[in-house]
Design a binder for this molecule. Structure first.
Ligand SMILES: [Zn+2]
Length: 348
């Protein structure tokens, strides 16, 4: 069950402060969470999809992630941050370094912290180009079977650039087999495999930065994945399913690319993200007759660790639970590639 989209629980602390994470609580009775810090912090811009909105009491999310802004360096290294339970009992303390993230798990009433996880800084550049202009997110959602999908307008996607250097124009089976391919006919005849990825980026680097990276750095025509799932389990619309993705080199035709935000070489997949992956997989299986689930590195073991060891190792059990097959055997080599074997490794 996808969470409601008005509930955001990614909080970015941009400077130090004391007793302030519960600042959005409207009522004085809200004492669920207190962050004690030496300087000042603020609730970030609420219009961004990954930021926090609403009062703590109104949330039914159970995950709250705080992130220091390593990009702006307004949070000094080794800042001491303490998190207190409602009773003011100290339940966790960490020396923070830039890029670190803290997962706070609350009880169902959002009144009690049940656990705290300090996440190491995720590796990976997030110095994304700002040459790609994106519209402001509208927050729009639509139903996608039983799921709620944050649409491209919802997260502020820009249009695909069909002249992008890495996809260089429209697909042609002879002259441009790597081009932008729109599938014709029924998608039930197209898709066979869900390929799972991780972003290997900080959690706050969601669809917009990833799209900027894919367009501005990699030269893709659009964000490469078909779906994105954030740490709270919210589901985002990526590249249209009608278009071939750009996520698994040599195996993009007929595969649905799904990325979970985070680095799962470092931490376990987040519960809600995992649930959304499961629900999405069920829906894709039933709607498009998809038979297989695989991790990115199952297709490209020499080239990537994606989706991270801690996510990859869970995929066989997920496939079994959903009565699907795990692995790459579902991949169907496209007809035009069969006719020209040298294209197998060039297909994007
Ligand atoms: Zn990947």
């Amino acid at each position: 069950m996808a969470p409601h989209l008005t509930r955001r629980a990614f909080l970015q602390v941009t400077a130090a402060s004391s007793a302030l994470i519960a600042t959005s609580c409207a009522a004085t009775s809200c004492t669920a969470l207190r962050i004690e810090e030496s300087e000042r912090a603020r609730i970030p811009d609420l219009a961004r999809p990954h930021d926090l909105a609403g009062s703590l009491q109104a949330w039914s999310e159970t995950t709250l992630t705080l992130q220091s802004p390593s990009r702006s360096n307004t949070w000094p290294l080794s800042t001491d941050l303490a998190i207190y339970a409602p009773t003011s009992q100290l339940i966790g303390r960490a020396d923070l370094t830039a890029g670190i993230e803290i997962g706070v798990w609350l009880d169902a009433q959002n009144r009690q912290i049940t656990s705290l996880q300090i996440l190491p800084p995720f590796a990976g550049s997030h110095d994304f180009p700002d040459s790609v202009q994106q519209p402001a997110p509208t927050g729009e959602t639509r139903e996608f079977g039983p799921l709620t999908l944050i649409t491209r307008a919802g997260w502020g996607a820009t249009w695909p650039n069909l002249q992008a250097q890495a996809e260089h124009g429209l697909f042609d089976p002879v002259t441009n087999p790597e081009g932008w391919l729109m599938y014709r006919g029924a998608l039930t005849d197209v898709f066979k495999t869900i390929v799972v990825h991780h972003s290997a980026l900080p959690l706050a680097d969601g669809p917009q930065p990833i799209q900027r990276a894919h367009l501005g750095l990699k030269g893709y025509a659009d964000i490469g994945y078909h779906f994105l799932i954030d740490g709270l389990g919210d589901l985002y619309e990526g590249r249209t399913l009608r278009a071939r993705g750009a996520h698994t080199g040599g195996h993009n035709t007929g595969t649905v690319g799904v990325v979970l935000l985070g680095n799962f070489n470092v931490v376990e997949p987040f519960t809600r993200a995992w649930q959304t992956l499961r629900d999405l997989s069920v829906y894709l299986r039933d709607t498009y007759h998809i038979t297989h689930i695989a991790g990115h590195r199952d297709f490209q073991p020499e080239e990537t660790e994606c989706p991270g060891a801690r996510l990859e190792r869970r995929l066989p059990a997920l496939a079994a639970e959903l009565k699907m097959k795990f692995g790459i055997e579902g991949y169907v080599v496209p007809k035009w590639v069969k006719r020209n074997r040298r294209l197998v490794h060039r297909e994007r």
